[in-house]
Design a protein around this ligand. Structure first.
Ligand code: PAF
Length: 287
């Protein structure tokens, strides 16, 4: 596997691949790789001639300095995992390489970016759009792979792709879970042993809510989920929102989902487990 540190070398690498008619799959990551990321690498490996993964903790998407400081960085373990997954090139740049000067671009991401994470983490999605658009511009991949744990992020990236006119297929990949149901996340390593044993409750409550949804409105289900999670020691719900999976707009009635366009209702949660911010989601496919 080739390790690439500069934008110039990245461009040369992809020009060669494009010139020889090879398809390129890009998997953007912030490192601290786990089996969830690996599922994206494997899918990209199957669907493309060349797979490029990026490992870069992007400062512009952190609206909390402490979160940026404590974000896990595990470069040598990441490189070994990427090699094992058959990735062809890992782009691992410095902050100065990516941002030789401050990125002042402001993306008009519209309503998909205004709710939930967009509301709680001002500037976060603009930062995601900045880094992902830079990577898309440098690599010009045929396909780019993102995990559905960050459900709203995928909608935001699709919006950015439309705004910038990129001809890139965005491939959504299902959430990977540990055996006890906890969604895989780089942040899980920050949980204490006790918190780690409690965190799977998040997925359990979301799963239970599928049943509650049979007889309750979205508003009632939202309340039940938040109350149940908040009743568990260590857990504090920041929000539980049930939204249309395409527009990301909260729904009041199940019928508000634009099924004709292929949307479903999705419940998106952010929960603090101690001081670790965890996110997860669930689809109410039968509503
Ligand atoms: O999902 C992530 O890890 C990041 O937001 C991404 C897409 C790699 C951009 O930094």
């Amino acid at each position: 596997m080739k390790i690439i540190r500069t934008v110039g070398d990245l461009r040369k690498y992809v020009v060669d691949a494009h010139d020889s008619g090879k398809s390129i799959g890009l998997v953007p990551t912030m490192g601290a790789l786990h089996a969830g990321h690996m599922s994206l690498m494997h899918k990209a490996r199957k669907e493309n001639d060349v797979v490029v993964a990026s490992v870069f903790v992007n400062p512009t998407q952190f609206n909390n300095a402490q979160d940026l400081k404590t974000y896990p960085r595990t470069e040598s373990a990441d490189v070994a995992l990427l090699e094992d997954a058959g990735v062809d090139a890992a782009f691992i740049p410095s902050v100065e390489e990516v941002y030789p000067e401050p990125d002042t671009r402001v993306f008009d991401l519209g309503k998909v970016a205004e709710v939930m994470e967009g509301k709680m983490r001002p500037g976060h999605f603009n930062g995601v759009a900045q880094i992902v658009s830079k990577l898309f511009g440098w690599v010009s991949p045929d396909r780019a792979y993102f995990g559905e744990k960050d459900f709203q992020q995928i909608a935001v990236i699709k919006k950015m792709v439309q705004l910038e006119g990129f001809d890139i297929e965005i491939v959504d990949c299902p959430i990977c879970r540990h055996d006890d149901g906890l969604a895989m996340s780089s942040r899980n390593v920050r949980l204490t042993e006790e918190q780690r044993s409690i965190a799977p409750k998040i997925h359990k409550v979301l799963t239970d809510s599928l049943k509650w949804a049979e007889e309750h409105s979205p508003q009632e289900v939202k309340q039940m989920v938040a109350d149940t999670l908040n009743g568990v020691e260590w857990l504090e719900t920041e929000y539980y929102e049930i939204v249309d999976s395409l527009s990301m707009q909260p729904i009041e009635k199940w019928e508000d989902v634009d099924k004709k366009s292929g949307a479903v209702a999705v419940g998106c949660v952010t929960v603090y487990c101690g001081d670790v911010r965890l996110i997860d989601n669930i689809k109410y496919v039968n509503k």
